[in-house]
Design a protein around this ligand. Structure first.
Ligand code: CA
Length: 227
């Protein structure tokens, strides 16, 4: 079995350090950040198996992070870490989409037991794979992969969302601004060039000859169109 990865979103360095040591000792790959916004970006790009999420963060709070994470992955296991122990906070956390909740100070043994349980549950989560075909490539949105000529090519979160949007409007031109607001939303500050760079990468993964695209076409001065 491959190594499971954990993303810690927590701004207290001593807690991060303690958790990182303990979880690495247990055999997990561990990444950490102290801000909610970076946590969201890291979760989307690294696709961890479990997220440990502090409630009180310096920029956006854990509930907002949790909701944002849920929007892009309904099955991503999230455990909230918090100093609060009130029932209402717990309920709000679970409402925001957390799978579990641990109140500080917690024992590392208890937390790792919960992580193991949640990883076991997640690996059993069914769900029909969602996907569509583009020429010789089959896009699997659930697995975030493209199957092409017997090969499996990995896609990032943004690549899947971009393809999904183009596919929804197949045959119609989609403006770069539309792509930016639908795929990237309010976070970060991508530019039109970001979209163009992603299109270049996607053509390499999908097109027979990326320089002469047959499927992801440029609509000059406007955006892109999937045919
Ligand atoms: Ca905190």
């Amino acid at each position: 079995m491959s190594k499971k990865s954990i993303l810690i979103i927590e701004d207290e360095p001593h807690i991060v350090m303690g958790l990182k040591d303990a979880l690495e000792f247990e055999g997990y790959d561990v990444a950490a950040t102290g801000t909610g916004k970076e946590g969201v970006l890291m979760a989307k790009s690294d696709r961890p198996d479990v997220v440990l999420l502090d409630l009180m963060l310096p920029d956006i709070n854990g509930y907002q992070v949790c909701e944002e994470l849920r929007r892009f992955d309904p099955f991503l296991p999230i455990i909230m870490l918090t100093a609060r122990s009130q029932e209402s906070d717990k309920i709000r956390g679970l409402d925001a989409g957390a799978d579990d909740y641990v109140t500080k100070p917690f024992s590392v043994a208890e937390l790792t037991a919960r992580i193991r349980a949640i990883v076991r549950r997640a690996s059993r989560t069914p769900g029909a794979p969602e996907g569509f075909e583009i020429g010789i490539a089959r896009v699997n949105c659930t697995a975030q992969t493209i199957e092409r000529e017997g090969q499996e090519i990995r896609l990032s979160y943004y690549e899947v969302e971009l393809l999904r949007l183009l596919n929804e409007r197949k045959g119609q031109p989609v403006a770069r601004d539309d792509i930016l607001s639908r795929v990237w939303g309010l976070e970060a500050s991508p530019t039109n060039r970001t979209v163009d760079n992603f299109i270049v990468k996607l053509r390499k993964k999908i097109e027979r000859s990326p320089d002469k695209p047959e499927h992801i076409l440029t609509v000059y001065g406007f955006g892109y169109k999937l045919v």
